[in-house]
Design a protein around this ligand. Structure first.
Ligand code: SF4
Length: 502
């Protein structure tokens, strides 16, 4: 039977997935730009633009290689497959296993055949076997096993440098008067401009479906751009990645981060080629072990762990709400001008500009605030999915439900990532320009994060007291002589944040 390779929009790699064995002239190629994927939600313009333009560039590259490519728009991916079959006759449709549960179910029902999803370094079965053998799903244990299994920064089963992690070296605050490397800038080509014009056209009719600014030049949409970004990271930022990976300086949105996650998550880069390039660069010298280890941890540890967790838990995991958090999403998440909190306003403004901020503003500003204010986890998850350029379903479900807002009752992380203004003050320079005082928990100028942090512990005191990882923080409540005033101030802060007045 004739065969068509369905290339999903997050599987844009010639040597992986169902394309690996494909031969020009033998298989047809199908890409479906589905309306379900692109309309009906309030997407960040750059997120949508990146996803569509990368797919169209990839389709053009396959055509240039000699493939017959059917790139079609349809209401859903399944409708696109039906239309393809109607035009080209009954045929086997093959694709790599989708990375979201919903798409997997609908493609399976449409009779699509799957090859294993090899866009990760760890198969779903491998992760299942590891997770099933563990008492708790501690990422550090998975990561060490990955180091040994993949032979990265290990010799004879022992970690290079005598330690598995160098977190203590990698938590420096932003240095004063520092000059950060400038990120690469990419010019829009004809395909990029065409995609943008289509989005702008739809935005005129449905402005409610779009958020954020158009392409700012920081993201490319081709394999060549992805490789250039990798090269730029290795040449200009890798060396200082580790020490400042948690820092949030106001004068640099990119710090020393690799900016590779959008490319990795649509398949324009594969984790194996990133790790190999990192290994070679590290061997050349001039990069500290702490920087190398910190980056390797992100790629072979966190990224693989998060994907494994997504498939390890069942479909109900996405709906978890263990802390019974039911507040509506605060207005500041869509409108940064509606808050005077310098940290939150700056981070959402950065997000609006580039559809990306690094992992610490995501975790310790945006998610921390959602956690402390008891925003509904699914509302917050939807917002994250729609606004971040790298927000695949498999990335965001565990990162939000398990890590960001602790909605899974600790199935993934053993404690909530809650913090007051002290953390933001130490790791950023937001507080210096803020009308609030990070040390104060009561009064008109009290930092909202600090007030809400203590209120959060107080509200959850009973449940958290049984958790040894956070019990110490809960005990701190006993030392607060002004706890009644904190509770009162917390009610005021919550009401004002809900109204977009603080
Ligand atoms: Fe954010 Fe509080 Fe610092 Fe202001 S004082 S920037 S609200 S942490």
């Amino acid at each position: 039977m004739p065969r068509t390779v369905l290339v999903q929009f997050d599987q844009l790699h010639r040597e992986h997935g169902a394309l690996r064995e494909a031969v020009a002239g033998r298989e047809r190629i199908l890409l479906v730009e589905s309306e379900r994927m692109t309309t009906g939600r309030c997407w960040h313009i750059q997120r949508l633009w990146f996803m569509i333009s990368a797919a169209r560039h990839f389709a053009a590259a396959l055509e240039a290689e000699g493939f017959e490519v059917d790139y079609r728009k349809a209401a859903t991916t399944v409708d696109g497959i039906s239309a393809h079959r109607a035009e080209f006759g009954e045929r086997e449709i093959v694709t790599a296993e989708p990375s979201s549960r919903r798409l997997r179910a609908s493609l399976e029902a449409a009779g699509v055949n799957f090859v294993p999803n090899d866009f990760f370094l760890t198969s779903r079965d491998e992760f299942q076997a590891w997770a099933a053998s563990q008492e708790t799903l501690v990422m550090e244990n998975f990561y060490r096993r990955q180091r040994v299994r993949l032979g990265i920064l290990v010799a004879d089963g022992k970690p290079t440098g005598g330690a598995w992690n160098f977190d203590a070296d990698n938590r420096l605050p932003p240095p004063k008067g520092h000059v950060y490397p400038r990120p690469l800038s990419f010019e829009l080509d004809e395909i990029d401009r065409q995609v943008l014009a289509e989005i702008e056209g739809r935005r005129k009719v449905h402005p409610e479906d779009y958020w954020g600014y158009g392409p700012s030049g920081v993201w490319g949409t081709t394999r060549a751009a992805a490789l250039a970004q990798l090269d730029d990271f290795l040449s200009n930022r890798f060396e200082n990645f580790g020490p400042y990976e948690d820092a949030m300086p106001r004068d640099s949105w990119s710090v020393y981060h690799s900016l590779l996650s959008p490319y990795l998550n649509v398949g324009l880069l594969h984790a194996s080629e990133v790790i190999e390039a990192v290994r070679v660069r590290f061997q050349q010298g001039g990069v500290s072990l702490a920087s190398c280890e910190g980056f390797v941890r992100q790629v072979i540890g966190w990224r693989e762990y998060i994907n494994g967790i997504y498939w390890f838990f069942n479909e109900n995991y996405r709906e978890s709400n263990g802390l019974a958090a039911n507040r509506k999403l605060l207005p500041l998440y869509w409108n940064p001008q509606s808050t005077e909190m310098n940290c939150a306003r700056s981070v959402v403004e950065d997000l609006r500009e580039r559809s990306w901020v690094h992992h610490i503003p995501r975790l310790m500003v945006l998610s921390n605030l959602a956690l402390l204010t008891a925003v509904n986890p699914q509302e917050y998850l939807d917002w994250m999915r729609q606004t971040f350029i790298d927000a695949s379903e498999w990335v965001m479900v565990p990162n939000v439900i398990g890590m960001g807002v602790h909605a899974d009752n600790g199935q993934m992380m053993t404690k909530p990532y809650a913090g007051g203004g002290a953390y933001v003050n130490r790791m950023s320079n937001y507080c210096g320009g803020c009308r609030f005082d990070p040390k104060k928990r009561t009064g008109e100028d009290a930092c909202p994060l600090t007030t809400l942090y203590w209120d959060f512990l107080d509200r959850n005191r009973e449940g958290f007291a049984r958790n040894h990882r956070i019990a110490q923080q809960v005990k701190g409540l006993d030392r607060l002589s002004d706890l009644p005033e904190v509770r009162v101030r917390a009610r005021e802060v919550l009401a004002k944040l809900e109204a977009g007045e603080l």
